[in-house]
Design a protein around this ligand. Structure first.
Ligand code: F6R
Length: 610
């Protein structure tokens, strides 16, 4: 993930760009750079390895004052973090570009441009785009047309911002698969990867749509869609109330975070998938090499993150055919293990600071695992710094102690990772496209489940006076049941246990009576008929069932059997969607019981001690 920011103004833009970069640093921080046009015939550029602070120091020593500029904070995909690979990249000394995303066909374009005499100074895919635009510009045209022609040749996901010293009054930007927002000012306009970058200068934003290309001047914004039609994009005001440090309209952080899931799941997929494919390079510079040689995956995590790992095991073995083991970190670190050759060590953690997970990672590095991959939500955390490969979830700050949006974004990232691994292990393009399309549907489907909130609140009343409950699921829904049970116990203090539904008759059925509500997740899959038999076993013992079921699963409500219909979803993405009603159920039970929802007793958000 990289961050880009740009500005055209009557005032000096250097400070605006630097502040924007600071706010985008969560997106990448291995190097940063800025290019400004200030009346000189050439673009003025500064680039530094490391955090934005290093760039700020360089600029304070050699200021880059000007009225038009672009800037970038990088998370390396092509080429190591270094000054030459840092953005902005240039073609000649007058054209500069910043880029977020991956250009899949950059090798082939690079060869073509080299043959035409273009010289490359970096290993990045971005420099290829710079030269492609530079070539079009030289062929006679203007910057807008040069960019438009160039993007017709690019495959992948990208957001670009481009300036040319010959055209010092505008920047040209475009978006295809990576986020880009236009900040609307008075006598000045801005662009950025994320509106948070521009909050000091404006609260009015236009969100570009896929395929849009825009010409941004200080007093005019012109946008054309993929077909070349002039289009208007509506301006929305930033909801300060929905800012991450603020509960806004919500009664609790937990509820706010549950409701943020459509947005953050989308942010987690953005830039990592096209309409039909996973962009492997978006998982890291060395991802392709690494995944090619993985023969076994060892997942380590704690709590909710462990449940994400449990779901991932079903995906990894099903789609990639690669053996996968999952273990809680506190167990793993204190036992001897047999390491299979070419094992990828995968740590999952929201905070990236969980002591047991970090200890397991440190042990693993000594023990000879092939490489360590982290799925994490906090940039700059210890886990991120110490892993070889990192996939950042884009959940944003999670403040409620009970993890919600971190879990569903972990699952989104894990599914994308699984598809990349599976591609090296025989997954065909058709199946990949089928699942990628299902991933794209997730934000809408989660929204549909959120619309059931009122009904779920009603359902929650049945749990208020209960002391125990059972959660059942089969297959990849078993870990979803585990996560549902964890949510209920940690915030409502009701004892909740999860079982694979097929285990019921091997013991827990003895507990079932009218005082033991049984919650079940039942998407329509191969196991649904078996699951229905398990439900009958519960009903026959007088147990009260609360079933979240796909319509096609045909679970009919009856006395003692409450059914809530969940919209139909793809079997693979179902664990993500079915988690949400269980989060809402726990939340409402806790509110009814009057517990401290955001800070439940005895718990803390980041478990940095053993
Ligand atoms: C449960 C919860 C915890 C965490 C666990 C691991 O709602 O939040 O179980 O999942 O403490 O934390 P991270 O993911 O930060 O390593």
């Amino acid at each position: 993930m990289c961050g880009i920011v740009g500005a055209v103004s009557e005032r000096d833009v250097q400070g605006i760009l630097l502040e924007g970069l600071r706010r985008l640093e969560y997106r990448g921080y291995d190097s940063a750079g800025m290019a400004v046009i200030n009346g000189k015939p050439e673009v003025q550029r500064a680039r530094e390895v490391g955090k934005v602070a290093a760039l700020a120091d360089a600029i304070s020593a050699n200021p880059l004052a000007g009225h038009l500029g672009i800037a970038h904070t990088r998370w390396a995909t092509h080429g190591e973090p270094s000054q030459v690979n840092a953005h902005p990249h240039m073609s000649g000394d007058r054209l500069a570009i910043v880029h977020n995303g991956i250009i899949e066909n950059y090798q082939e374009l690079r060869e073509e441009l080299k043959a035409e005499g273009f010289e490359f100074t970096s290993q990045t895919d971005t420099e290829v785009v710079a030269h492609l635009i530079g070539k079009n510009y030289k062929a006679g045209g203007n910057l807008y047309n040069a960019v438009k022609t160039a993007i017709g040749r690019l495959r992948g996901a990208f957001a670009l911002a481009v300036v040319h010293a010959n055209e010092p009054d505008h920047l040209v930007v475009c978006r295809e698969g990576s986020p880009l927002v236009v900040g609307v000012g008075i006598g000045e306009n801005f662009i950025a990867s994320d509106q948070l970058a521009l909050l000091p200068v404006t609260d009015r934003f236009m969100f570009l749509e896929e395929g849009d290309i825009a010409d941004i001047r200080k007093d005019k914004i012109e946008i054309h869609d993929r077909e070349g039609q002039a289009v208007e994009r509506s301006i929305s005001r930033f909801e300060h109330g929905a800012d991450s440090a603020d509960k806004g309209e919500y009664r609790h952080y937990m509820l706010k975070e549950i409701y943020e899931q459509p947005k953050v799941i989308k942010a987690t997929m953005e830039g990592r998938i096209t309409a039909t494919r996973v962009l492997e390079q978006a998982l890291g510079t060395d991802a392709e090499n690494l995944l090619e040689n993985v023969r076994h995956v060892q997942i380590i995590a704690c709590g909710t993150s462990y449940h994400a790992g449990m779901v991932a095991r079903y995906w990894i073995e099903d789609l990639a055919g690669v053996p996968c083991s999952v273990e809680v970190a506190s167990e793993f670190r204190y036992r001897k293990h047999v390491i299979q050759p070419d094992t990828l060590f995968l740590c999952i953690s929201q905070s990236g600071e969980t002591a047991d997970t970090l200890a397991a990672l440190r042990q693993a590095k000594k023990a000879g695992f092939r490489a360590a991959l982290a799925i994490c939500n906090v940039p700059g955390s210890s886990l991120v710094r110490e892993s070889d490969l990192v996939i950042m979830t884009q959940a944003g700050p999670e403040i409620g102690v009970a993890s919600t949006k971190a879990f569903t974004t972990q699952l989104t990232a894990l599914l994308i990772f699984t598809l990349a691994l599976a591609r090296h292990n025989g997954l065909n393009a058709e199946r990949e496209a089928d699942i990628v399309k299902a991933i794209h549907l997730l934000p809408g489907q989660v929204n549909d489940v959120l619309a059931l909130d009122g009904e779920i609140e009603e359902m929650s009343k049945a749990f208020m006076d209960k002391n125990h409950s059972l959660f059942l699921g089969r297959g990849s829904q078993y870990p979803v049941a585990m996560e549902g049970a964890l949510k209920l116990k940690e915030i409502s203090y009701i004892h909740a246990e999860a079982y694979p539904a097929g285990e019921l008759k091997h013991g827990p059925l003895a507990l079932v009576d009218s005082e033991m509500p049984v919650v079940t997740v039942a998407p329509n899959n191969d196991l649904v008929e078996k699951l229905k038999s398990n439900l009958e076993e519960v009903r026959a013992r007088g147990g009260e069932l609360f079933v979240f079921a796909d319509k096609a699963a045909d679970v009919k409500p009856e006395e003692g059997l409450h059914v809530m219909q969940i919209p139909s979803v793809h079997e693979i993405t179902a664990p993500i969607v079915y988690t949400v009603p269980l989060q809402l159920l726990s939340y409402h039970v806790a509110v009814l019981k009057g517990t401290d929802v955001d800070q439940p007793r005895n718990l803390a958000k980041s478990v940095t001690v053993e």
